[in-house]
Write a protein that binds this ligand. Structure first.
Ligand code: FE
Length: 209
């Protein structure tokens, strides 16, 4: 099986958000959102994502469609940390739409009510009925390919599209345990203020490979 063929499926980059049972804003990055009929769509969220259980409980979710010029902070904060104990939305501007947090810095949003779901080994696929939506910014929707090629983004292990990178072992290199970013060279020579360019975690999150 050549897994590289899967890279030819096209995806966007989205923030999926909802509220937890204490009415806190929660959300994560997803690349799988697909319209199925004129008023239904589906998203795929890893079982380990706090957003997963919150959608199950709230029975609603919002999809914010990220554009190519999205603020550099949004993907690291929402994609590479957990909202279970921290407020991911603390420094992210949101609009309150039908009670759900929508990313202000996005091309637009779609609000869904949960109507069904099915399970895979690692992810829940949530089927939503589209109840609201609007366009916010005049920006080009970011594709997953653009995120990888231009933004040099990575897929976290929880993403359906995650692929562990094979790296030559004769060179000194380190892998960020959070986002998979590969640092080539001796990271210990970087100042303590060094952070991963993708997920913004410090040097202690890197492991030698
Ligand atoms: Fe990282």
């Amino acid at each position: 099986m050549n897994n590289k063929v899967l890279n030819n499926l096209s995806y966007g980059v989205y923030v999926i958000s909802t509220l937890d049972k204490n009415n806190r804003q929660v959300g994560c990055i997803a690349n799988c959102a697909m319209q199925i009929t004129h008023d239904t769509l589906c998203i795929s969220i890893n079982h380990n994502n706090y957003t997963n259980v919150c959608i199950e409980e709230s029975k609603r979710f919002a999809i914010s469609i990220l554009g190519e010029h999205v603020n550099d902070n949004i993907i690291p904060v929402l994609g590479f940390s957990s909202g279970k104990d921290t407020n991911k939305f603390e420094n992210i501007k949101t609009k309150n739409i039908d009670g759900l947090p929508v990313i202000e810095d996005s091309v637009g949003y779609i609000i869904c009510e949960l109507v069904n779901k099915f399970e895979t080994e690692t992810h829940s696929v949530f089927i939503g009925k589209i109840v609201d939506g609007d366009i916010l910014l005049n920006d080009k929707p970011m594709t997953y390919a653009y995120y990888h090629e231009v933004k040099k983004g990575k897929s976290p292990e929880a993403a359906p599209t995650y692929q562990k990178e094979n790296v030559e072992t004769d060179k000194l290199a380190y892998r960020c345990k959070i986002c998979g970013y590969i640092y080539e060279g001796d990271i210990t020579k970087e100042p303590d203020s060094y952070v991963c360019p993708i997920c913004k975690k410090d040097k202690s999150f890197f492991e030698k490979i």
